[in-house]
Design a protein around this ligand. Structure first.
Ligand code: GLU
Length: 475
C-alpha cells in the first residue's frame, strides 16, 4: 500500500508584500511538505482585481526565493481558474445543492439590519432558498448561493486548534458566484485546493471561520476535506496586534536590515512552534523535527532582540567568503550604498575577506558588518568622528608622526610584523601599547572602535596605512 503524497500550499493574496506572518506560513507549509517527502504548491490568490498588483506578486516571489522556500511546479494564479470555479457553482446548482438568489441590494441591507437588531450572526435569511425562480425579478442578476445545512453542526478537527464546532443555524447560505458571474473567494479556495490535490491546509487562524464555510462546500461537492491547521497569528512584544515598529514588515525590509535568510527561517520556525528548548536549527534539523503537534495555540510574540541575536550567531558561523558575497548583495537593498558598491573590486574584496574573521565577531546584521568594514573603503584624508578627532590632540599627532617613521621600516608588512614593530616602539618610548594603539586606530580608521589594530594595519596594507598616518601626523 502506498501512502498518498502530502501536498501543502502557500496561498498569498498579492495585495501587499510578503509580510513576516505570510513568510512563517510559507515556512511551515514548506517544512511540512519537505518532512513528508511531499510538495508545497504556490497559489497566488489574485481574484481581487482592484487590489492585486504585479509588484506585490514580484515581491512575494522574490521574498520566497530569498528565504530559499522553493515551491513545486508552476505558480498557480487563481484568477485564471475562474471558469472552473463557475463550473463547480453550476454543478452545485444543477444538483440542487445551490440556488439562485435574486435578493436586491436593498433587501440584503434590510436583512442585515434585522439580523443585527436581533443579535443574530446569520445575516441572510434564505429568502430565495425555496422560492420558485419563476417569481424572479427580471432586472436582478442573481447570485448563486450554497444551500447550506440549517440544523446540526459543522465541525473542524483542527491539528492546532483542536475540535472547533459551529452551529449551522448561525451560518449563512454563502454566495458562491456573484451576480456578475465572478466566483467568491470562498468557492475559489475550495475548488483550487481540491483540484491541486492539497492534503494539508496550514494557514493563519484568521481563516478559521472560513474553514467552517469551506467545509460546507466540500461536503456539498462530496469532496474530502484536507487536514486543517490554523496557526496563531504573530503579535507584538506586548501581546497587541503586530505593528510596523514591532516587526509587521515585508520580508524585503528584513533583507534590507541585513538579516540572513537562514537566521530569519530559524527565527520564524520558533515563532509559534517549539521542539523541546532547542533554539538553533539547521535547515535539515528543522525539517526533521517539524511537526504540527509542536505548534502552540497561543499567539507568538515577535521579539526583534532575539532575531538580532540569532542573526549574529548565523553571521559568526557563516564562512567568510559567503559573507563577502552577502555583503555585496545586500548593498542593492540598502538605500544610499551605491557609492560603497562602486568601490568593490578585487582589491577591496580581498581586504574584506581578510578582515572578515574580525568583522563578523562584532556584527549582528549585515548592516553592522558594512558599518564595521567602513575603514576599508574610506577615502583619504579620513573624516574623523568626534571621538577620534578628540583623541588626535597635537601631542598624539606628533606620536602619529613617530609611528609613521617606525612603521615605515617594517620590511614584510603583516599583522605580526607591524605588531612587533609597535611593541618595540612602545617599549623604547616607555609607552603602554594601548596608548599607542588608540591614536593609531583613530588615524587609520577615523573612529575609536575597530577590529584589532594589527588586523587593521594588515588589511589596509603598507602604503594605505602609511598614507593615512601621514595625513594625520604633525611634526
Ligand atoms: N489568500 C489568503 C491570505 O493571503 C490565504 C487563504 C488560504 O490560505 O486559504 O490570507
Amino acid at each position: 500500500m502506498t501512502t498518498p503524497q502530502i501536498v501543502t500550499r502557500f496561498a498569498p493574496s498579492p495585495t501587499g508584500f510578503l509580510h513576516i506572518g505570510g513568510a512563517r506560513t510559507a515556512l511551515f507549509n514548506w517544512l511540512y511538505a519537505k518532512k513528508h517527502g511531499g510538495k508545497m504548491l504556490l497559489r497566488i490568490e489574485d481574484t481581487d482585481r482592484e487590489r492585486s498588483t504585479k509588484e506585490a506578486i514580484e515581491a512575494i516571489l522574490d521574498g520566497l526565493k530569498w528565504l530559499e522556500l522553493g515551491w513545486d511546479g508552476d505558480v498557480i494564479y487563481q484568477f485564471s481558474r475562474a471558469a472552473r470555479h463557475r463550473e463547480v457553482a453550476e454543478r452545485l446548482l444543477a444538483d440542487g445543492k445551490a440556488y439562485r438568489c435574486y435578493a436586491t441590494a436593498e433587501e440584503l441591507a434590510a436583512m442585515r439590519e434585522r439580523a443585527r437588531a436581533e443579535g443574530r450572526t446569520r445575516l441572510y435569511d434564505g429568502m430565495w432558498r425555496d422560492r420558485d425562480p419563476a417569481a424572479a425579478p427580471s432586472d436582478v442578476k442573481p447570485t448563486i448561493r450554497l444551500r447550506a445545512p440549517q440544523t446540526g453542526e459543522t465541525v473542524i478537527e483542527d491539528q492546532v486548534q483542536g475540535r472547533v464546532v459551529w452551529q449551522n443555524e448561525n451560518l449563512d447560505d454563502l454566495v458562491l458566484l456573484r451576480g456578475d458571474g465572478t466566483p467568491t473567494y470562498m468557492l475559489a479556495v475550495v475548488v483550487d485546493d481540491h483540484d491541486m490535490g492539497v492534503t494539508h491546509v496550514i494557514r493563519g487562524d484568521d481563516h478559521l471561520i472560513n474553514a467552517a464555510r469551506q467545509k460546507q462546500i466540500y461536503d456539498a461537492m462530496g469532496w474530502a476535506l484536507p487536514s486543517m491547521s490554523h496557526i496563531p497569528l504573530i503579535h507584538g512584544p506586548d501581546g497587541s496586534k503586530l505593528s510596523k515598529r514591532h516587526g509587521a514588515l515585508g520580508v524585503d525590509a528584513y533583507r534590507a536590515m541585513g538579516y540572513l535568510p537562514a537566521a530569519l527561517r530559524n527565527y520564524l520556525v520558533r515563532l509559534g512552534w517549539s521542539h523541546g528548548d532547542q533554539e538553533i536549527f539547521s535547515t535539515e534539523e528543522m525539517i526533521a523535527a517539524f511537526d504540527l503537534s509542536g505548534v502552540g495555540r497561543a499567539a507568538a510574540r515577535f521579539d526583534f532582540a532575539k532575531l538580532e541575536n540569532l542573526n549574529g550567531h548565523y553571521i559568526r558561523n557563516a564562512d567568510d567568503q559567503s559573507l563577502v558575497k552577502m555583503f555585496e548583495d545586500v548593498l542593492d537593498y540598502v538605500p544610499g550604498r551605491g557609492e560603497l558598491k562602486a568601490k568593490l573590486n578585487d582589491t577591496t574584496r580581498a581586504q574584506l575577506l581578510k578582515a572578515m574573521p574580525a568583522l563578523k565577531e562584532r556584527a549582528k546584521t549585515l548592516i553592522e558588518l558594512i558599518d564595521g568594514a567602513y575603514f576599508i573603503f574610506a577615502d583619504r584624508p579620513l573624516e574623523l568622528d568626534a571621538k577620534a578627532a578628540a583623541l588626535l590632540t597635537s601631542e598624539n599627532r606628533k606620536l602619529i608622526g613617530l609611528l609613521h617613521s617606525a612603521l615605515e621600516k617594517v620590511e614584510t608588512w603583516s599583522a605580526a610584523s607591524t605588531e612587533a614593530a609597535l611593541r618595540i616602539f612602545a617599549e623604547e618610548n616607555s609607552l603602554k601599547l594601548g596608548a599607542v594603539a588608540q591614536p593609531l586606530r583613530a588615524a587609520l580608521t577615523g573612529r575609536t572602535t575597530s577590529p584589532g589594530i594589527f588586523e587593521v594595519l594588515d588589511v589596509l596594507g603598507c602604503q594605505e596605512s602609511l598614507g593615512r598616518l601621514e595625513d594625520q601626523a604633525t611634526t
